[in-house]
Design a protein around this ligand. Structure first.
Ligand SMILES: Nc1ncnc2c1ncn2[C@@H]1O[C@H](COP(=O)(O)OP(=O)(O)OP(=O)(O)O)[C@@H](O)[C@H]1O
Ligand SMILES: [Zn+2]
Length: 827
């Protein structure tokens, strides 16, 4: 940048506003500004904010005096052009402010805000000799002042680019940000010593030892090196990190280790203990593919020559993972990166282990809930194109935000899972769909994998938009599990029920336990909305306009449809069997656990749900115990349905199929099919054919019949007709607008106003406003307006018009107090 020119920069700030903000660049900063670097700028009343420069220009803003950039935080950009393109797409497509997208995208350590305060690290143990002058200055100031914000540090140092200094101080563990200090989980790390790269060969090591041996002043350093080798730090040409504490125990001094670190002979590094443990044996050979797997692999390769996205529809236990492994290896051989997306990382420990066994250190795990350090490490190594590490990133949806340089393949496993969608906070993006957009920026390929594909995905495959490859058989020619129903209605009449368990299921459980086999019981807890149903025949009231069941609203004592606002008072007697035993149904995993201990005394039961897995690693521990057969019966929510692979499970029980089927949601049938098939798929994966028992009032329900027959295509074809008839995806795209306000009367008026404006342009495509299932959250009332647009309509146009209507609505002063949540492609 030219010295005396006046530049302006457009900056995105972490605030929910759609536009970037323009700031003036002081002359002395001209040399430092670049797109993609962070800057500190004034925002609002005497407040500072950190944002990212997205544009540099010389256009003087009109109508207001622009403020000056206060400080530049980075020397080099922290995001790439491709990332920024993705941010823009998400912002536009999901109608979400760019600032929100930025917030979701950056690992929290990057979000050094203006309010960020830096403190001395409580475990500070570094030798001060290792600090540069600038770093030392900050350290000194903190000794006196306890905490500093970014502006203060900038003032102390008399420079504007303070980020490198702070970054180095954080890495050296001299300082810590207040946020990090507050964060409950700090990974357990320790200082390790390792040979620096230049000395990682026999010759170089020998040479330096010779040099040291001849120089008396180097006696101590020589001692350190020999101790390091003695402790196994260098074997057969491979260097290994050795605990610094172990070396000191052997009698070498910390300061001589520091000297070698300074001379770049040894390096002191902080390493997370758990990571070292898990990544040891990365030399396992791939399994030999069966001929079916080989055929599928060939077909996927073939498909990728003409299609960018391919669906691998492979039944549960068909061995999809081994096919992924082959495809990943192909990418590594070409020096390309692979992104492996999973619905929920915490739930997929088994897969992490499988991939790390094959690919070791090349696999990085990226997830917002744990491993903050590894997150930043992965980000940086991708950003700086360091191909020696993390060529494979295993992540939940937020991994789409990483700075990939040469992505070759994205695998989206269990692509049908609703947890790929983020609901709160904005951006409400779907990780699978975003991955497909990301693909285009890299000219990569996407493989979607599932035993029960989302209807939308299968539709795309059928239409030829995606390639389609099938695996119809389980690996090892095992048969698909045999599925039975237990008729609760009948058993209740015959009085063979034992509280929530059918006699049929209890018998099978006993047999399995006698055979020393294990059992998984599944109870869907998401159906906490009370469903009114007949205890005798299982009848439940349905909407007369829509194909959904009505939900009971206790407060107003009505039964209501959540799609068309139809409602009716609860009936006194069941219209089907005339009984008057109508009640709300629902039972949870906890109750089941208690009951099991009475029905099957002595049995070892473990619950796997949100309550039992709150603690870090508890999920892993439970699964390990189950694998080690320390648990006989695993009772769980959706968590037990996903991707688990145990070889001794012979029986799966689905305790309440009706609750899933009766959810007031147009996806209820699709989801029920997916959940039941997935959990059924956990049975009999290795040795012999498994058994599944579905407890239900309605064994003839067509969804249950399709599950029994493993008939995905039947489900797909039938459900597609319903979707078409009732204007749902994949034929229509949906956008939900939820308005929130403390005052229900005002909310009514405002919601009606916005809906009317929308109806002016979209006509009958606008439904509502109506109350959602939960109509008051945190003292705010909610109302929903739904927009359904034909699938071939232009996304951009629709959103532009919608945004215009929203802007019009908000331009009126009396509407400003209402909050609006926009959910594009709701799930
Ligand atoms: N080529 C192979 N050689 C030996 N074992 C295999 C092979 N392929 C798969 N398996 C084994 O078969 C079992 C099922 O494979 P995998 O877990 O990959 O199935 P999947 O298709 O991912 O199923 P799901 O959709 O249910 O998760 C695993 O225990 C796996 O180790
Ligand atoms: Zn209805």
């Amino acid at each position: 940048m030219e010295e005396r020119k006046t530049y302006f920069v457009d900056v995105i700030l972490p605030v929910p506003i759609n536009n970037a903000f323009t700031y003036r660049v002081p002359f002395e900063m001209n040399g430092h500004i670049k797109t993609g670097v962070r800057v500190v700028v004034p925002f609002g009343r005497s407040k500072l904010q950190t944002g990212i420069i997205i544009k540099i220009h010389e256009i003087v803003p009109e109508g207001y005096q622009s403020k000056y950039v206060e400080a530049v935080l980075d020397e080099t950009p922290i995001i790439t052009g491709k990332q920024f393109k993705l941010w823009n797409w998400i912002s536009e497509y999901y109608m979400s402010p760019l600032g929100d997208v930025m917030n979701a995208a950056l690992p929290s350590n990057f979000k050094l805000g203006s309010e960020t305060k830096v403190l001395l690290h409580p475990e500070f143990e570094m030798n001060l000799d290792l600090l540069t002058d600038k770093e030392y200055q900050v350290y000194e100031a903190l000794e006196i002042q306890k905490e500093l914000d970014l502006k203060e540090i900038s003032d102390i140092l008399g420079i504007k680019t303070i980020q490198p200094v702070i970054k180095a101080l954080i890495e050296k563990r001299v300082v810590i940000t207040q946020e990090d200090l507050k964060q409950k989980y700090t990974p357990k790390t320790q200082l390790f010593v390792e040979l620096s790269e230049d000395y990682q060969s026999d010759e170089q090591l020998k040479a330096i030892i010779e040099v040291f041996s001849e120089d008396k002043r180097k006696k101590k350093q020589l001692e350190v090196l020999l101790t390091y080798i003695q402790l196994g730090g260098f074997k057969q040409g491979v260097s290994k990190p050795i605990l610094r504490a172990d070396m000191i125990e052997q009698g070498v001094s910390a300061s001589s280790i520091n000297t070698l670190d300074k001379d770049d002979i040894l390096k002191i590094r902080r390493i997370e203990i758990s990571r070292l443990e898990s990544k040891e044996d990365a030399d396992k050979e791939f399994m030999e593919l069966s001929s079916e797997q080989q055929r599928a692999l060939n077909e996927i390769r073939e498909s990728f020559t003409s299609k960018d996205v391919t669906l691998l529809h492979g039944v549960t236990g068909s061995g999809k993972t081994e096919i992924y492994v082959e495809l990943i290896q192909e990418q590594l051989d070409q020096g390309k990166q692979v992104l492996f997306l999973l619905p929920e990382i915490a739930l997929t420990t088994q897969l992490i282990q499988r991939l790390q066994r094959y690919f070791g250190d090349k696999v990085g795990v990226y997830h917002s809930k744990f491993n903050q350090n590894e997150r930043v490490e992965i980000w940086n190594s991708l950003l700086h194109n360091d191909t020696s590490k993390f060529q494979i990133v295993l992540g939940a949806r937020s991994a789409v935000f990483l700075p990939f340089r040469s992505l070759g393949l994205i695998i989206v496993d269990e692509e049908h899972e609703s947890s790929f969608k983020q609901y709160d906070p904005s951006p409400r993006y779907n990780g699978r769909d975003t991955a497909i957009v990301l693909r285009a920026f890299h000219e990569a390929k996407v493989l979607l994998g599932s035993a029960t594909p989302a209807l939308e995905t299968y539709f795309n495959a059928e239409e030829g938009k995606y390639g389609l490859v099938k695996l119809d058989k389980r690996f090892g020619d095992l048969q698909m599990p045999e599925i039975f129903t237990a008729n609760i209605k009948k058993e209740k009449l015959q009085k063979t029920m034992q509280s929530d368990f059918s006699g049929f299921l209890v018998e099978h459980m006993k047999t399995a336990l006698e055979n020393k086999e294990q059992i998984i019981l599944f109870q869907n807890r998401r159906g906490y909305n009370p469903v009114w149903a007949c205890e005798v025949c299982g009848w439940n009231p349905h909407c007369k306009n829509c194909d959904v069941s009505l939900t009971y609203h206790k407060n107003s004592n009505i039964l209501k449809c959540h799609y068309c606002s139809y409602f009716t008072p609860p009936v006194g007697a069941c219209p089907k069997c005339q009984s008057n035993r109508l009640k709300m149904i629902g039972f949870g995993t906890e109750k089941i656990e208690d009951e099991l201990s009475i029905i099957l005394p002595g049995v070892r039961v473990q619950r796997l749900d949100l309550d039992t897995t709150r603690q870090k690693n508890s999920y892993e521990n439970i699964l390990r115990d189950f694998d080690d057969r320390k648990i006989d019966i695993l009772v769980g929510t959706q968590m037990v349905t996903k991707g688990l692979d145990f070889d001794n499970v012979s029986l799966v029980g689905i305790l309440d199929a009706d609750m899933m089927l009766n959810r007031p949601d147009f996806r209820a049938f699709e989801r029920s099919y997916q959940l039941m098939s997935q959990v059924a798929g956990r049975s009999g994966r290795k040795k012999k054919r498994g058994t599944v028992i579905i407890q239900t009032y309605d064994p003839d329900h067509w969804i249950i019949q399709h599950v029994i027959n493993h008939d995905y295509m039947g489900l797909y074809k039938n459900e597609l007709i319903e979707r078409k008839n009732y204007f749902y995806p994949p034929f229509y795209k949906m956008i939900n607008l939820t308005l929130k306000h403390k005052d229900p009367n005002k909310l009514d008026m405002m919601a009606a106003d916005l809906a009317d404006r929308m109806k002016q342009v979209f006509g009958s495509r606008v439904l509502g406003p109506e109350f959602p299932v939960v109509k008051r959250i945190q003292n705010s009332y909610l109302k929903v307006i739904r927009l359904k647009v034909e699938r071939d309509a232009s996304n951009k146009k629709v959103k532009k018009i919608l945004q215009k209507k929203i802007d019009e609505f908000y331009s009126l002063a009396h509407n400003k107090s209402v909050r609006l949540v926009i959910d594009v492609d709701p799930i």
